[in-house]
Unconditional design. Structure first.
Length: 284
């Protein structure tokens, strides 16, 4: 095929809504890869058709959670022959709550190269529009469907000092928010992102308890849902406590590192802690 992709497993991110969100890099790989595989073959063929990428005699092989054990040897054989294999999930980035993890891990274990053609991701799109802190976040995927297991699952994230990102189905959104309010607290800032990059994109923001109450009395929404919950508030520390923590930290750490350590320990804004650390240093 001439100057095509290097022999490797290429994990190709595809749009989560708007077809034009695919990258030029991804289109190059889809045009020239020796072997094409997809979670949903119809979706990938349609995407290629929209962008004028011919199949050129290639068959799009189905690879998903149900046929993985049977299909992986075929794809590994292609890699062993020095071919380039492109794999695309139904939407978004492969391996991020999509099939492909076992495929990539098997390729790595057998000594083949694995390359990424990065692009659309519902996680990152939601973080971008949620208006919540993004300096530290944890993607938790889908919660269990049964309430008891879901509450136990959510409680493990209660004091994680990071913004939390979950996927959820529309029909379980109200019960998910109710259990989040129970396990994480009703005051946690929240954004519910729906149909990102699509025609009816919507982002609703508010305190977790209020959002849970609103959705409990509404008809379940339609479309793909991403829930973004802000980090927990820091433990209540008075100024004397913070100053003492800073003084001890400054005995062994540089000012910047001391401020980072205290900010992380208290959950307070780093800029405020850094400013106070400067004041304490200047006192000596």
């Amino acid at each position: 095929m001439g100057t095509g992709p290097e022999p490797a497993l290429h994990l190709v991110a595809t749009p989560i809504g708007a077809a034009r969100d695919i990258t030029l890099h991804a289109l190059d790989i889809l045009r020239d890869a020796d072997v094409l595989a997809a979670e949903d073959t119809r979706t990938l063929r349609r995407l290629m058709e929209i962008h004028g990428i011919p199949l050129a005699g290639r068959t799009v092989l189905a690879y998903h959670d149900h046929n993985g054990p049977a299909m992986r040897p075929r794809l590994m054989a292609a890699l062993a022959e020095g071919k380039s294999v492109a794999y695309a999930s139904d939407a978004g980035t492969p391996l991020v709550a999509d099939p492909g993890f076992q495929l990539a891990r098997t390729a790595i274990a057998e000594g083949h190269k694995v390359r990424a053609a990065p692009g659309a991701s519902a996680v990152l799109a939601a973080l971008t529009v949620a208006g919540l802190p993004t300096d530290r976040f944890l993607f938790a995927g889908f919660a269990p469907q049964k309430q008891a297991a879901r509450r136990t699952f959510l409680s493990t994230f209660g004091r994680v000092p990071a913004t939390l990102v979950f996927y959820e189905s529309p029909k379980r959104l109200a019960s998910m928010l109710a259990d989040m309010a129970h396990s994480l607290g009703p005051d946690r800032p929240l954004a519910v992102c729906r149909e990102l990059t699509k025609r009816f994109e919507q982002v609703r923001r508010g305190p977790l308890g209020q959002m849970a109450e609103e959705y409990a009395h509404e008809t379940p929404p339609k479309g793909e849902i991403v829930i973004v919950a802000g980090p927990p508030e820091g433990e209540r520390h008075d100024q004397e406590d913070i100053d003492e923590m800073l003084r001890k930290a400054l005995e062994n750490l540089r000012l910047r590192d001391a401020a980072d350590a205290v900010a992380q320990a208290t959950g307070l804004p780093r800029r405020d802690i850094y400013r106070r650390a400067l004041e304490l240093r200047d006192e000596y």
